[in-house]
Design a protein around this ligand. Structure first.
Ligand code: SF4
Length: 456
């Protein structure tokens, strides 16, 4: 247990937590709504300080961040609990504190996180997955240390968070990727058991901090959930709100939903609808609109609004840049993109592999986490149906994400030392944290939901 911040004492040993807008009033011996903040003898403590799912190397695009350091590796961390209770949660194995399994949790100090990122040449820490709001104390301690070490911080959240907590975050965060689920207050109440207005106020607070051009980078995503908000009227309200309250250069991502947790009786979001929503937002005046959790579409690429040429082409973890700094590589137009020099990773897979494993991508599941027990260099190579090598990469992290760079890819070969082994965990959409091994998920797991990919 660790002392919590952002609370006040009330009479009779009760406390009020104001980390999130829920402002739980907690009696002695009680827990907040999130299940990870505890009143011990009139003092609020946090139960999840330093408790994380295993740190995972990913690419920044996994976090719906397309205009900051394209293609950069990030180190993603997620914890336990959440201030929301969405019945459609796609990270429910860790967001719902009562369901968390001990085997999915690692324990870190801020120093260990920063040292690990530096050692693996990863320049950005990503606070993500379940939701970082209920982890404020550990996020702040680690993010401050990361800044001192020259690292940057990314905050991916549903952003149901109080204004004082946002003020703290603005000291240390370089990038905010905020999930705005709907512009409908009833949607928030009914399906997330939270309020819409604080989320909107929070986004505006971050946006105001950007004024003068020195504040954090901001992108907004909207998860379009089958049967809940997958209609053009709801999508239109999101882009209209952005144009009215932010500006036309903040990127907007319409993100595809997959059935999960308690909401599995539906199909994935229809991609045609997502394409229509994107077209509608572009016509309304948002300059950069993307689709998320989709493959085989050009709607994930960035085009220069001046000459209309593609400046960033994306496909899984494959990325091709046509940028000159933050200028269009075709016409020289200045773009609202932070294009950092790529850090080189101190990883080298030397010599011949001792052994190779093959992972076959299954249906629409185009990504996987690779996990190993010690930090050894591992090489992975994508293969087409004829076994031809397409491209690949390498990592020496204990856990890292790979995702198919093209529709031609059917499998991945993993090369490693003879005496080493890996675990492969399929992940349906890249931003989520899988907890079930591939061989177990073949029979229908919580990460690969038994719900069909087609309508029933
Ligand atoms: S973080 Fe939010 S849900 Fe958790 S105890 Fe504080 S106010 Fe309640």
């Amino acid at each position: 247990m660790h002392p919590a911040s952002l609370w006040k004492a009330l009479p009779n040993g009760r406390v009020e937590c104001h980390l999130s807008p829920r402002k739980c009033r907690i009696p002695e011996g009680g827990l907040g709504f999130c299940g990870v903040r505890y009143n011990r003898n009139g003092e609020l403590l946090t139960l999840n300080y330093g408790k994380s799912v295993p740190m995972t190397e990913e690419r920044i695009e996994s976090e719906a961040v397309y205009h900051y350091a394209p293609g950069a590796p990030i180190l993603s961390l997620g914890n336990i609990g959440c201030m929301l209770k969405c019945d459609f949660c796609q990270n429910w194995q860790t967001s719902q504190a009562r369901l968390v399994r001990e085997q999915d949790i690692a324990r870190y100090t801020p120093e260990q996180v920063v040292d690990y990122a530096v050692r693996h040449g990863i320049g950005i820490l990503s606070w993500t997955y379940n939701d970082p709001v209920v982890w404020q104390e550990f996020v702040m301690d680690t993010a401050r240390l990361a800044r001192q070490a020259g690292l940057r911080n990314l905050y991916k959240s549903a952003f149901s968070i109080g204004p004082e907590a946002i003020d703290e975050l603005l000291e240390v965060m370089d990038i905010f990727s905020i999930s705005l689920k709907s512009l409908d207050a009833d949607f928030y109440r009914k399906f997330t058991r939270s309020e819409l207005q604080p989320v909107l106020e929070g986004i505006k607070q971050v946006y105001r901090a950007r004024q003068g051009g020195r504040g954090p980078h901001l992108e907004v995503s909207n998860l379009c959930i089958t049967g809940r908000n997958d209609n053009l009227e709801q999508a239109r309200r999101v882009c209209d709100w952005m144009l009215d309250n932010l500006d036309d250069e903040i990127p907007l991502h319409y993100v595809r939903f997959h059935p999960d947790y308690l909401y599995t009786q539906v199909a994935r979001t229809d991609v045609n609808f997502l394409e229509q929503a994107r077209r509608q937002a572009l016509d309304a005046g948002v300059k950069f609109v993307y689709l998320g959790n989709t493959a085989n579409t050009v709607s994930v690429d960035t085009c220069c609004p001046q000459c209309r040429e593609v400046v960033i082409r994306r496909s899984g973890e494959g990325i091709a840049l046509h940028l000159d700094g933050n200028r269009c590589g075709h016409c020289g137009h200045v773009l609202p993109i932070v294009n950092l020099p790529q850090t080189s990773k101190p990883v080298a897979f030397a010599g011949k592999p001792g052994r190779s494993l093959t992972h076959v991508f299954r249906g629409a599941i185009g990504a996987a986490h690779i996990e190993q027990a010690t930090e050894n260099p591992i090489r992975y190579v994508f293969l087409d149906a004829d076994g031809k090598e397409i491209m690949g990469g390498q990592s020496s992290c204990l856990r890292f994400l790979v995702s198919k760079p093209s529709a031609r890819v059917v499998a991945m070969r993993i090369d490693l030392d003879a005496d080493k082994d890996v675990r492969v965990l399929e992940v349906f959409d890249r931003a989520h944290f899988p907890t079930v091994l591939t061989e177990q998920s073949q029979s229908g797991s919580c990460d690969v939901p038994p719900a069909p990919l087609q309508p029933r």
